[in-house]
Design a binder for this molecule. Structure first.
Ligand code: AMP
Length: 382
């Protein structure tokens, strides 16, 4: 595909109006583009900062055709776009990333198969269509194990940890939609992720791998860089770039990994879009993940991924997260990003804060065993 960049003032269409669409639209504006956000919800975080907006259902053919006619390229801020949406849009306007990336990442069975074929090891898994399949899968994989929906799961929704034989039937009955996937329970020491970008010309880059900590299944903290052995960090970046190439991705993706006690990585999930664990790049790198996404989608050369500062990213979730705001706004080492959501419901991502440190602070002093006091200092007020 020729890499003729979109000219300044061209319009990038974004499907989805959440915070990822908002931050992509802000980056696009900085690069001289307009954004047209298409989402079913009016006054979404993305629409608040867009040059144009369409409020319509994702399968409304007439609205999608009008949207396609008004933009130069289409991208996505979430991967669960219905297949039908892409069938309508793809003949009318370039869609980046394309069908393959979305199809693979919408379905955990396809995702696991794809990761294995791309050379990324994953935990043992089995497809589960019936309770009989589940009994057979548990006999093969053992307990504990994790039973998950294959579609529409996020932030830990749609999964159950199976610890004893009596857990099987209730978990199978509860989880919808079927089919499900059973995965071996991974005794990981850390969860890390890497964000890669791939341009229209096939060039790929990856940011430093980061270490992620969750609270109630929602990402809470990312440490950039991950405090892991250099080989594991390098493997995460290499895997992310390979996955981007194998998906023929144009844009940004994140791959989440489990780090095993022996230092090996297992791939868990791919998100074919900017990712929460890449928000630190907004303040610690020359080009953020959102700039890279827009650059890729617009056919521009990719920007610098080098980390000029170490960073800790804290998600501001619900009322508890928002209560930290006054202190964070008064802290000179912290950059605050809010998403414009009116009500801080429990569990809702309202914004995030990046605390910056001189490069080497995390990797230098905290590479092996992390002292509680040192971590407390890094996080104080965050
Ligand atoms: P996921 O929706 O697949 O990202 O899973 C959400 C979280 O559940 C992960 O970040 C892990 O903390 C945990 N988890 C998921 N799958 C497994 C597994 N196979 N073994 C252990 N923990 C898991």
């Amino acid at each position: 595909m020729s890499a003729t960049p979109l000219p300044p003032n061209a319009t990038i269409g974004i499907l989805g109006g959440g915070q990822l669409g908002r931050m992509s639209a802000l980056a696009a504006a900085e690069l001289g583009y307009r954004c047209h956000i298409y989402a079913p919800e009016a006054d979404s975080p993305g629409m608040q900062v867009a040059a144009a907006r369409s409020v319509a259902d994702y399968e409304d053919a007439a609205a999608l055709a009008a949207f396609a006619a008004s933009v130069d390229v289409v991208t996505f801020e979430f991967e669960n776009v219905p297949a039908r949406t892409l069938e309508i849009l793809a003949p009318l306007v370039p869609c980046r990333p394309g069908k393959k990336a979305l199809a693979v990442c919408q379905d955990r069975l396809q995702e696991k198969t794809f990761l294995e074929a791309a050379g990324v090891p994953v935990a043992p898994w089995r497809a589960v269509h019936s309770l009989e399949d589940l009994h057979k899968a548990v006999a093969e994989i053992g307990l504990p194990a994790v039973l998950k929906t294959t579609r529409l799961g996020y932030d830990g929704r749609g999964q159950a940890v199976l610890r004893a034989p009596e857990d099987l039937a209730p978990a199978f009955a509860r989880l919808e939609p079927k089919p499900l996937i059973l995965e071996a329970f991974v005794p990981f020491t850390q969860e890390i992720s890497a964000v890669a970008a791939r341009g229209l010309d096939g060039q790929a880059v990856a940011y430093d791998a980061v270490e992620n900590h969750h609270h109630h299944h929602i990402l809470d903290l990312s440490f950039a860089p991950a405090r892991v052995a250099p080989a594991a960090a390098a493997a995460a970046r290499a895997h992310a770039m390979r996955v981007a190439a194998e998906l023929d991705l144009v844009g940004v993706l994140a791959v989440e990994f489990f780090l095993l006690p022996d230092g090996r990585l297992l791939g868990n999930e791919i998100a074919p879009r900017p990712h929460n664990s890449g928000h630190w790049t907004m303040d610690a790198c020359a080009a953020s993940q959102f700039h890279q996404h827009i650059r890729a989608v617009a056919g521009l050369p990719l920007g610098g991924v080098e980390r000029h500062s170490d960073a800790v990213m804290r998600n501001l979730v619900g009322p508890e997260g928002m209560a930290k705001l006054p202190a964070l706004l008064g802290d000179n080492s912290v950059a605050v990003h809010l998403y414009g959501k009116a009500s801080a419901r429990e569990g809702r991502k309202m914004g995030h804060a990046n605390r910056l440190f001189p490069r080497g602070t995390l990797s230098g002093t905290l590479s092996d065993t992390l002292a509680d006091t040192a971590e407390a200092a890094l996080l104080s007020g965050l």
